[in-house]
Ligand binder design. Structure first.
Ligand SMILES: [Zn+2]
Length: 251
């Protein structure tokens, strides 16, 4: 028994299936992360050809076959294709990293649309950002993703001894426990996060994301966060991101 569903979707991954078909991972507002097939989408004259490309945002019509647990894309009305992003390799690398986070987390197991909103906002900001702001969009995406998934570490106090960090104190990120520690508890291990980086995370997380990406950091804190946040995601999702070296090479 087929069922027809209309939802908003962003293409997270696109692979060839057979000669002309595309196997898609779609992050949707109503169904979370799903796999769907766009039949014939590699054909030049297919109405699904453009909408089924990576990071494209569409209103899609899906047919669901509950017996085969499969989705088939029947219509795609493109709402945003982010051409500014597609022209620039470092931006494609950033968006690819976010896509990997979404995939490895199985869409964070949520269907409330919060992750969809975060990804869409981030893609729009990345599409429009000048190159010095690019890393800030990734930092905001990753930190907000950790909040959505319920894995944001405590930036106010040491997870080992419970002591509150002092105003200018450097904390250390321990991947094994996915926590921030004071120097004594970290005892020479972990990645240092300067006080400025911790205050930045706290201060920007309550801002709308378009305002948050305009807040700048000192060089040392920016580097520390660009280094630590992807590793926090790897620790939480228990895997390596294949697009991370690509993102780092672009800096
Ligand atoms: Zn401690």
């Amino acid at each position: 028994m087929y069922r027809s569903i209309s939802t908003h979707a962003i293409v997270i991954r696109r692979e060839r299936s057979g000669e002309f078909h595309k196997s898609l991972a779609l992050l949707t507002t109503d169904l979370g992360l799903i796999n769907a097939t766009a039949y014939g989408a590699f054909k030049m004259n297919s109405s699904l050809r453009m909408g089924s490309e990576p990071f494209t945002w569409s209103r899609v019509m899906l047919y669901h076959n509950p017996v085969r647990k499969s989705y088939k894309v029947t219509e795609m009305e493109i709402l945003g294709s982010f051409e500014g992003l597609q022209r620039d390799l470092s931006r494609v690398a950033a968006a690819s990293l976010w896509a990997e986070v979404v995939q490895k987390s199985y869409g964070a197991g949520e269907v409330s649309g919060g992750l969809f909103r975060l990804l869409l906002d981030s893609l729009q900001l990345l599409d429009a950002a000048d190159s010095p702001r690019e890393p800030y969009v990734t930092l905001q995406f990753l930190w907000r993703f950790l909040a959505l998934a319920g894995y944001q570490p405590d930036t106010r106090q040491c997870d080992g001894c419970g002591r509150e960090f002092a105003e200018s104190e450097t904390a250390f990120y321990a991947a094994r426990s996915h926590a921030l520690l004071c120097a004594a508890c970290a005892s020479g291990t972990g990645q240092p996060l300067p006080a400025g980086a911790l205050r930045f995370l706290d201060a920007t997380s309550t801002l709308p994301i378009d305002k948050a990406v305009e807040v700048s950091l000192g060089e040392r804190s920016l580097h520390a966060l660009c280094d630590s946040l992807p590793r926090m995601l790897q620790a939480v999702l228990e895997g390596q991101f294949s697009s991370l070296p690509w993102v780092e090479a672009g800096r």
